[in-house]
Structures are given as structure tokens and as C-alpha cells.
Design a protein around this ligand. Structure first.
Ligand SMILES: Nc1ncnc2c1ncn2[C@@H]1O[C@H](COP(=O)(O)OP(=O)(O)OP(=O)(O)O)[C@@H](O)[C@H]1O
Length: 402
């Protein structure tokens, strides 16, 4: 039987059936199309300006490694004029983060980017190993997530950088949309769909250039580009709720592969129900460019694998790729192309009362930003989340020392 030719170049043999839209592509075209889509996200959302200094939140995992690689490629190809640096947070998890940081150190050399590592130990006086020793594994992802968000900001500020990009992908965003939907928290749901977070008062904004990239395609890209990344999961238990949302999304994806992008787009559409909330980030939909939302509503609690699929589907996929160059087993069905996004985006929606996470029905309360009275980090409360958590930890430590 004659080999199937790449749908794009029509000359090379098709080796990859894209999880996102079923297109059969050769390796080179897949890589190019993946990069072009990220470029489209960046330009349509006007994420960067020429000469901007940008820190890439680098964990050594597949997402941030692919992000660093793609940004380097696009920066050179399209002349973005960005100054890219790697910023890693060392949570202090022996047997996990210390190993992944070794990968980031190699990436720094491979991509010729300076690397800065900031530790929880130096910032908070606690490593995650010590936190888990004190509070146990349950709930530790909350501490880790709150500390990391702030640590990335603080690290960026130390470097005089006002923009941090992270490797959050479409699967991550879909998970967060679903979690907030299940909590009945429409205000937070709308903020979680924004490609840029941080508000006018925050000194560091954060963005997600891989927001529309499927996790499976990120793994494929990393594999075919032979990127050096770390694929072990965090040794501490994942956040159960996020893990459940993730399992649900993976199940949905099996029967309806567009489910991930559909959930992301639905989250964006629902965001328009929230008066005063930012509109979709993609300018190509004829809407406003990315606007800023408060950083505390950014994605993710635990910054490790976030309660990834039971059985670690991505690690299995990675292993399968390594074993099977043709990887036919990865092929999945999709119902429609990514470009067939919902067309009702531009319509004016009627404002509804918004429920928050406590189940209360309210008018929209935009959070008022101030600064934490203890550490000075921006916060809508007198004392920021990190300081509240630290207070509890330090009380525990004092009790233990007594
Ligand atoms: N220790 C860290 N240092 C710097 N950035 C981090 C760190 N942990 C997470 N991030 C940033 O947050 C993003 C999301 O992290 P998370 O661990 O939730 O997802 P992930 O899919 O495991 O990402 P990755 O594959 O990059 O590790 C990462 O892609 C990275 O940009």
C-alpha cells in the first residue's frame, strides 16, 4: 500500500496524526505547524513588545522546556526582539526538583539563555520537604502553588523583569475552567481563561503562550525535536480535585478530542457573561487584546504534575513514543478543526448575577488590589495568602520546637 503523504507538503510521508485536528502530517510540517500556531497566539494576543525582557518559568518539565525551545525559535525566526531568560523556582523537594533543575541547567546551555534559581528556603524559610514534614501530604499543593506564584514574581523583580511566561497548556486551562465551573465560581472561571494575568497595579504580568496547545502535541513536539526534559512526577500527592477534573477531561477527550479546546473556548465565552471581565485574548476573533486579571486567580495550585491523569498518561505516551517511532497507537479521532471555534463570541451578552466559590450569588465584585502589610506583595487582603500560610506553618514549627 502506498504511504500516506503529508497533508501539508504533499511530498513527505505522513507520520503524525495530530491529536488536535486529525491532520496527517510529516515530522517537519508538524513541527512547523505547531510553532506557527504558537506564533499566532502570541501575535493575535500581542503578548510581547520588541526589546521586552521575558522570564520563562522553567521547571525542566515538558511544557516549559517546549515553551523555551519554541520561544527561542520564534524569537529568531520572526525577530520578536525578546531578551529571554530562564527562571526556576526550587521548592526544596529532594529526589524531584533537585533532579529537574539539573535538566534546566542543561537547557540553559542548549538554548543559550541565562538561568536564575530562586528557592523557597531563601524566600520563606521553608522547603516543601519541611512543609510536608509539618502538615503532612494532604493540602501541600496549595502551599506549593501559592508560594510558587509569588516566588516567580519575586524572582522576576529581582531580575528587573516585568513579564513571566509559563508553560500552562490547553489541558491545564480546560481543567481550571472545569474546576471553577464545578465550584460555581463564574468570576474566577472567567479570570482563569485569560492568557495574561496580573493587574494594572502588579509589577509582574504572567502569560501563557501555550494556552491553545494540546498537552499531547507538546509531548509529540518535544519528542520529535529531541528536547531534553524531565518527566518524573512530583513525589508528593496531587491535589485531588484537580486530579478529578483532569481525569474527566481525559475521558471526554477520548470520545470527543476537541473537548479540550471546546472547554477553553466555552470558558472564554462564559467570561463575557461577567461584566467588567476581560474578553477573549485572541484578537483574531475580533475582540479586545489580552487584558490583565489579578495574578492570584492564575492557574494551578500545585505546580508539579497537578494531579495528573491516574496512571500518568503523558509519561506513558512519552514512553510509547520512545519505543515506537511510527507511534500509530497515538492516533485519535477528532470531530472538527480547531479553527471551527464558536462564532457567537462577538455577541453582546446580558449580565447575570455571579456566583463565587462560596456559592453566594452576588453582583460582580472586582477585587481591590493593595499590598500585603507583611511582605509587601500585592494582595487584595491585608495579609497575602503566602503570609497567612507561613503564619500557620511558623506557629506549627514553634509548637514542635517547644
Ligand atoms: N519550579 C518551577 N520553576 C519555574 N517555573 C515553574 C516551576 N514549576 C512550574 N513552573 C511553571 O508553571 C508551569 C505549569 O507548571 P505545572 O507543573 O503545573 O505544569 P507541568 O505541565 O508539569 O509543566 P512542566 O511540564 O513545564 O513542568 C510550567 O510550565 C512552568 O512554566
Amino acid at each position: 500500500m502506498a504511504p500516506v503523504l503529508c497533508a501539508n507538503c504533499k511530498t513527505e510521508r505522513a507520520l503524525i496524526k495530530r491529536p488536535k485536528n486529525h491532520a496527517k502530517l510529516c515530522k517537519a510540517c508538524f513541527i512547523r505547524v505547531f510553532e506557527d500556531e504558537v506564533h499566532h497566539t502570541i501575535t493575535s494576543s500581542r503578548l510581547f513588545y520588541p526589546g521586552e525582557k521575558v522570564a520563562i518559568g522553567a521547571s525542566g518539565g515538558k511544557d516549559s522546556t517546549v515553551l523555551a525551545s519554541v520561544l527561542k525559535t520564534l524569537n529568531e525566526r520572526h525577530g520578536y526582539g525578546l531578551e529571554l531568560v530562564l527562571l526556576s523556582i526550587d521548592e526544596g523537594i529532594k529526589g524531584y526538583r533537585d533532579d529537574s533543575l539539573e535538566t534546566v541547567k542543561r537547557n540553559a546551555v542548549q538554548y543559550d539563555m541565562p538561568l536564575t534559581v530562586v528557592g523557597y528556603d531563601e524566600l520563606y524559610g521553608w522547603t516543601m520537604d519541611q512543609v510536608v514534614e509539618t502538615i503532612g501530604k494532604k493540602g501541600n499543593c496549595t502551599y506549593c502553588g501559592v508560594f510558587r506564584r509569588q516566588a516567580l514574581d519575586r524572582g522576576a523583580k529581582m531580575l528587573g523583569i516585568k513579564h513571566v511566561v509559563t508553560g500552562h497548556n490547553a489541558d491545564d486551562v480546560a481543567e481550571t475552567v472545569l474546576m471553577n465551573l464545578l465550584r460555581g465560581d463564574l468570576a474566577r472561571l472567567s479570570r482563569s481563561t485569560s492568557i495574561v494575568t496580573g493587574d494594572d497595579q502588579s509589577e509582574v504580568k504572567r502569560s501563557k503562550p501555550l494556552k491553545y496547545s494540546y498537552e499531547k502535541e507538546i509531548v509529540l513536539y518535544a519528542h520529535h525535536k529531541k528536547l531534553d526534559y524531565f518527566s518524573t512526577e512530583c513525589i508528593y500527592s496531587p491535589e485531588a480535585f484537580r486530579g478529578s477534573a483532569r481525569s474527566l477531561i481525559k475521558q471526554l477527550e477520548r470520545v470527543r478530542p476537541t473537548a479540550i479546546l471546546d472547554i477553553v473556548r466555552s470558558g472564554e465565552d462564559m467570561a463575557r457573561l461577567v461584566p467588567g471581565e476581560p474578553l477573549s485574548s485572541c484578537a483574531c476573533k475580533g475582540q479586545k487584546t489580552a487584558s490583565l486579571v489579578p495574578a492570584e486567580d492564575d492557574l494551578g495550585g500545585c505546580g508539579s504534575q497537578n494531579g495528573r491523569t491516574p496512571g500518568d498518561e503523558m509519561a506513558a505516551m512519552d514512553k510509547q513514543l520512545r519505543e515506537n517511532e511510527a507511534h500509530e497507537g497515538l492516533e485519535i479521532d477528532v470531530a472538527k478543526e480547531m479553527s471551527e471555534s464558536k462564532k457567537n463570541g462577538g455577541e453582546k451578552q446580558k449580565a447575570l448575577p455571579i456566583r463565587n466559590g462560596n456559592g453566594a450569588s452576588k453582583g460582580v465584585a472586582r477585587q481591590v488590589r493593595g499590598n500585603c502589610k507583611r511582605c509587601g506583595y500585592m494582595s487584595s487582603q491585608d495579609i497575602c495568602q503566602a503570609c497567612m500560610l507561613l503564619e500557620g506553618l511558623n506557629k506549627n514549627r514553634a509548637r514542635i520546637q517547644l
